[in-house]
Design a protein around this ligand. Structure first.
Ligand code: SF4
Length: 308
């Protein structure tokens, strides 16, 4: 598969088939906590990228797989709304299947009416907002020069006014960056204005770009959720169980891990395989040099490498 990955165990979306809408690693931001890696093409300019090929691959997958999915998730190795074909892709998915469509976005382009129009038929939009204080937002997300936080928040407010689907706002909380009372009070005021259907709190539980991006403990995360009020929930490290799936090739392991670093337990969960079997396979692939391994927050993560 070139553009599809998974199904992966999503902390928010259950068994989710990912669709990579953008070449790695293209984004208006270069977040300190990014799991994909440093941004190599930082841009706000939307462009055409393989919409018809993506639709063909999706259609072929859905024809050939009987496994139940909770979501088809348009995301990728960067910001998916940069793909000018995203509206056509959503429309095509809706013609092929009833599986709900989710969009993971950093929200940087939502102030453009044409971007909001493109996303109008998605079932769930999951934008992120990391701080309501300009200096912190710049430090965490490292946006392109000229971008402003007020523009970004304006885009979220406009989305709320126009969009009929569900909005699940993700906030990445990092220790010492945006976990102070001042930061959380500012975030709470923006949440009240944007009124998302859910507020989902994440922290840096996977390998990230900058070592300074450190996670909060479970107790600290719960305290943040309590402060932000009803409707805020901690989503870090709580994958839902997925259905069993057998006969998994090495290529499938490598492809999954190239998209996203995972622990052996993550891989076992999404593939429905016994943990010992997965551990043995990961060790063999590591020894062969086909995947790599790193220690992060005292957990072993495995990751693959893209050829490009
Ligand atoms: S917005 Fe997402 S893809 Fe872009 S740098 Fe931040 S975390 Fe990575």
């Amino acid at each position: 598969m070139t553009y599809l990955f998974g199904p992966v165990p999503s902390r928010r979306l259950g068994r989710s088939l990912g669709v990579d809408l953008i070449p790695r690693k293209t984004c208006p931001y270069d977040c300190v906590y990014c799991e994909v890696g440093p941004t190599t093409r930082q841009t706000l300019k939307r462009f055409e990228y393989q919409a018809e090929a993506i639709i063909r691959e999706l259609a072929a997958y859905l024809r050939g797989s009987a496994a139940a999915l909770d979501f088809i998730t348009l995301a990728g190795s960067g910001e998916p709304t940069l793909n000018l074909g995203i509206g056509r892709i959503i429309a095509a998915v809706k013609e092929i299947t009833d599986t709900p469509v989710a969009i993971l976005t950093n929200g940087a382009l939502l102030h453009h009416p044409e971007v909001r129009r493109d996303l109008a038929h998605a079932d769930v939009i999951l934008p992120s907002l990391d701080s309501a204080i300009e200096a912190t937002w710049r430090a965490m997300d490292r946006p392109l020069p000229g971008m402003t936080l007020s523009q970004m928040i304006g885009g979220l407010e406009a989305l709320r006014r126009e969009y009929r689907g569900r909005i699940w706002l993700e906030i990445m909380i990092l220790k010492g960056w945006n976990d102070s009372r001042e930061e959380l009070s500012a975030l709470r005021r923006v949440i009240e204005k944007v009124a998302p259907d859910q507020v989902q709190l994440n922290t840096a539980v996977r390998p990230v770009v900058e070592d300074a991006a450190q996670p909060l403990s479970e107790e600290e995360m719960q305290a943040v959720a309590d402060f932000l009020g009803e409707g805020a929930e901690v989503i870090a490290s709580s994958p839902r169980p997925a259905n069993a799936e057998t006969a998994v090739s090495d290529a499938r392991f490598i492809e999954m891990l190239a998209r996203r670093p995972m622990t052996a337990a993550d891989v076992a969960e999404v593939l429905g395989l016994p943990l010992e079997l997965v551990q043995g396979r990961l060790e063999r692939l590591c020894t062969s040099g086909l995947i790599c391994h790193t220690l992060h927050q005292k957990q072993d993560f495995y990751y693959g490498q893209f050829n490009s």
